[in-house]
Design a protein around this ligand. Sequence first.
Ligand code: NZQ
Ligand code: ZN
Length: 381
Amino acid sequence: MNFSYSNPTQIQFGQGQIASIAQLIPKDKKVLLVYGGGSIKQNGIYNQVITALQGHAVVEFAGVKPNPIVEQLDDAVQLARKERVDFILAVGGGSVIDAVKYIAGAFYYQGEGWDILKKRVPVERALPLGAILTLPATGSESNPASVIGKASTNEKLSFISPAVLPKFAVLDPDVIKSLPERQVANGVVDAFVHVCEQYLTYPTQALVQEGYAEALLKTLLQLGKTIDQQDDAWRANLMWAANQALNGLIGTGVPQDWATHMIGHELTALYGVDHARSLAIIQPALLRNQLENKRAKLMQLGKNVFNLTETDTLAEDTIQAMEAFYLSLKVETRLTSYGQDKDTAIEAVIANLKSHGMARLGEKQAIGINHCREILAQAID
Ligand code: NZQ
Ligand code: ZN
C-alpha cells in the first residue's frame, strides 16, 4: 500500500538524558510541567527535571490520573491559558503524555475540549510539547495519538493529530527501576499487543514490516521470560522495543486491526481495568472468534516468534501460547471483577461500542456487534 511517513520526534535515549531538555526547550519558552500522582517525586525524576529547567520559567500541573479524564484536564487548559505558557512538558507514562497532547490541542480550541474526542474536531494547531517517558508501554512519547476519558459518561476515546507529536522524547531506561512489577508487566503486554494490532491481519508481502514486527515480538517475548532478571540491557531493550512498537513505522503500508484496543478501552472506561490488562482479556477471545480470517498470520506468528511446529492446530496453539505468555506475567486473560451480572456487563460494553460508531471493527471490518458479543461472552468470566 502507498504511504506517507514522517516521524520527526527527536529521541534522547539512555541514562542521564533527562538533563538534555535544558537545550531541547528554547530558553525563552514558558513551560507547563505536567505530571501524575507523584511517583516522579519519589524516584528522583522530578529533581532531575527541575535542575534541567533552572533557566526556564516553569508552571506546574500535577496529579494527572491514570486513564486521564477531560474533567480534570480542562483545568490544565485554563491554567495554560492564564499563565500564557508556550511549551508543555509531560513527565510520566502514557496517561500524562496523552493528557499533555489534549491540553496542547485544546489550548487553541474555542469550543468544549471534549469535542476533539467526541465530535472528532481535527486538531490543526497545538502548543509544542515534549515528553520524558517514565513507563515504557504505549509509544505515546513519539506518536500522534492520545486517549482521553470522560468520567461522567464512562467514555474513553482517542484522537490523532500530527500537531501533537512531541518535539522530543527522553527515553532513560533507569526510570524502569522504580516501576511496580505490575506496571512493568503492563508495559510488556501493551507493546506486544501493539505489534499484534499491526501484524496479525493477513499476509501482506511487506517483508520489512512483517520482519521487523516479528523482531519486536521476539524481543518482547524474551524480555517477558526474563522479567525477573532486569539489568541495564533488559531495561534499555524494553524502552526501545515499546517505543518502536507504536511509533508508526511497522504499521506503514500494511493493514491494521485495533479491534482489541477499541473493545479494551470500553472495559477501562466502564470497569477501570488497566489498559494493558484490558487487551490481554480481549485479545485471545477475539483471535479465537476471528480464527479463519487470521489463520495464516497466526501460523506465521506461531512459527517465527513462538517457535511452534507446524501442525493442523498451529493457529490455535499460537493463541494458546500468547495467552500463556500473558498469564506468565501475572496478567489475567479473563475479566473477573465488574460488579454486576455477566449479561448486563456485556450489554453495557456493546451499548458503548455502538454509541462510539464501533459497529464494524478489524482490518476487514469483519467484527460486527454480534461478534463483539461473542468475544465478550468468552472474555468475561
Ligand atoms: O501517576 P504517577 O505517579 O506517574 O504513577 C503512574 C501510574 O500510577 C505509575 N508510574 C509511571 N511511571 C512510573 C510510575 N511509578 C513508578 N515509577 C515510574 N517510573 O504507573 C501508573 C500507570 O501510569 P500510566 O501512564 O497510566 O500507564 P501507561 O503508560 O500504561 O499509560 C496508559 C494510558 O495510555 C493510553 C491508555 O489507554 C491509557 O490511558 N494509551 C495511549 C496510546 C497512545 N497515545 O498511543 C496507545 C495505547 O494503546 C494506550 O491506549
Ligand atoms: Zn495499547
